[in-house]
Design a protein around this ligand. Structure first.
Ligand code: FAD
Ligand code: MLT
Ligand code: ZN
Length: 473
């Protein structure tokens, strides 16, 4: 191992190979997952500066059969970006690779290093007069490499799609240390298997994404946000249908939030002032992006909300008057995860169900859980426009959260996933499988699909050094 560390130091420079041998270096930020559920121990944290260094690091690890865990912002929620406890795995951090390589305005693309922070890319796009629409609450620290590695979703998928739909090309270091130059920027390219789509969502198990060519869009003339109280999940789905009809491509966000989820935000972030939630089981946050004008956007929104009220889908609503009010409403939505974390350890589920089935799914699954664990608190929110719910479970009031999670997680997740399967949904909508769901996946994934996944992994990474134990075993 000392020989490997010496080689890595020669490749990246000694100051970019961090180990536990140096007592002044604290590696815990790279070794602990965002949810503080997994505490790993790395052989070293390696921070290459460019693609050639990544390739050399991977080759050195392949030669010594050393496992590599690619890491971007370490905001993943399924424990896929931290090393195991063996002290034998390398964390390959892309953080130093953070340059926007090129912007091509006529091609509507931007080519960027994998370690660029998502928020910085949104700003770079805007500075050039464009929109890069990927948006999620972790955007201040997650990286585009991690977003593509997980095929992240977020709050704009209803209009622009997942990270996958926003990527035209990739540069990847393979598990053998070769560099695949696939930064084409082409919108049409039918020259065989689509390796870009194979890499996207592979969670670091098939290679290291070092750069990407991503799509840009015109900036809308106005973005308006509304917050509506709805009497049931069924009426929230009805409102979604009306919003699609009346706003068309202008509908860029449609988020649902349960009353208990909002009460946690109110409790832990009282200065955010959550509107309208106390007398209704659900609230919906809608965004309308308009390419004409703000008054056009407002007119469409007001018509929609009036029609929804007449149809009994909405009981009360507010439309943000200006950008800062809109940001405040989004901040409430995006603070739910942190509020829930502050309430205590919890059991997370990131599921998708056909949108038409969501009301029946929620009713059935709530009933099963409340029967099994009287008093259990359900923190339900998510991207209803995409059929994606964060169906999270918190200990009954007064119960020790750590004991609850330790003793109940497997049982609770099995109940939820069985219900998801009955409704023909997916046990991971946008967060991925990581190490957290790797043992659950075989029960819910088609066996032929699993077999093909194993064959692909074996073919591309025969030594099983790329993020082993994640996604599939
Ligand atoms: P990391 O956490 O570092 O890594 C995630 C996975 O990708 C790991 O398996 C890792 O090995 C792999 N990986 C990282 N970089 C690379 C690379 N360059 N090449 C190959 N593989 C790589 N996710 C959503 O989809 N939608 C949301 O709305 C959302 N909201 C969130 C809100 C909060 C508050 C938090 C904390 C997380 C949220 N997430 C959400 C989860 C997380 O932010 C995303 O999964 C994000 O895409 C991870 O990016 P990252 O750079 O932090 O990746
Ligand atoms: C979100 O939509 O806020 C995230 O995916 C985070 C979560 O599930 O907690
Ligand atoms: Zn989400």
């Amino acid at each position: 191992m000392n020989a490997l560390l010496e080689t890595l130091r020669q490749i990246c420079g000694a100051q970019h190979v961090l180990t536990h041998d140096d007592p002044t270096t604290d590696l815990s930020a790279w070794e602990t997952d965002w949810r503080q559920r997994v505490f790993g121990k790395a052989l070293a944290v390696v921070r290459p500066a460019n693609t050639a260094e990544v390739a050399a690091v991977v080759k050195a690890c392949a030669n010594s059969l050393t496992a590599i865990v690619p890491q971007g912002g370490n905001t993943g929620l399924v424990a896929g970006s931290v090393p195991d406890a063996s002290g034998q795995q390398i964390v390959l951090s892309l953080q130093r690779m953070n340059t926007v390589r090129a912007i091509d305005p006529d091609n509507l693309t931007m080519t960027v290093d994998a370690g660029c922070i998502l928020h910085n890319l949104q700003e770079a796009a805007e500075k050039a007069g464009f929109l890069f629409p990927l948006s999620l609450a972790a955007e201040g620290s997650c990286t585009i490499g991690g977003n593509l590695g997980t095929n992240a979703g977020g709050t704009q998928v209803v209009r622009y799609g997942n990270a996958r739909e926003l990527c035209l090309g990739l540069e990847v270091v393979t598990p053998l240390g070769e560099i695949w130059q696939g930064l084409t920027g082409l919108r049409k390219d039918n020259t065989g298997y689509d390796l870009r789509h194979l890499m996207i969502g592979s969670e670091g198990t098939l290679g290291v994404i070092t750069a990407a060519t991503i799509k840009l869009y015109p900036l809308p003339a106005a973005r308006l946000t509304a917050w509506a109280a709805v009497p049931s999940m069924a009426t929230a789905v009805q409102l979604l249908g009306m919003a699609h009809q009346q706003l068309g491509a202008g509908l860029t966000g449609f988020e649902v939030m349960g009353q208990f989820a909002l009460s946690l935000t109110d409790k832990h972030f009282p200065n955010l002032r959550v509107p309208l939630y106390k007398d209704t089981p659900w609230c919906v946050l809608l965004e309308n992006s308009d390419h004409e004008s703000e008054s056009h956007a407002r007119h469409l929104f007001e018509n929609l909300l009036e029609a929804a009220m007449n149809a009994g889908c909405v009981t009360d609503a507010v439309v943000a008057e200006n950008m800062s009010q809109a940001q405040a409403l989004w901040q409430i939505r995006e603070s739910i995860t942190s509020a829930q974390a502050q309430e205590g350890l919890n059991i997370k589920h990131d599921i998708s169900i056909p949108i038409s089935q969501i009301p029946a799914f929620v009713e059935a699954t709530d009933a099963v859980l409340l029967k099994e664990i009287p008093g259990v608190r359900l923190v339900n929110f998510g991207h209803l426009g995409d059929g994606n719910l964060h169906y999270n479970v918190q200990a009954p009031q007064g119960q020790d959260d750590k004991v609850f999670v330790r003793e109940m997680e497997d049982r609770v997740s099995t109940l939820v996933f069985e219900s998801v399967a009955r409704f023909k949904g997916s046990i991971s909508a946008e967060h991925g499988i990581g190490s957290q769901k790797v043992d659950k996946l075989p029960r819910y994934k088609d066996p032929v699909a699993l077999g093909m996944m194993r064959s692909i992994k074996q073919a591309l990474d025969p030594q099983n050094i790329m993020n082993p134990g994640r996604v599939i075993r």
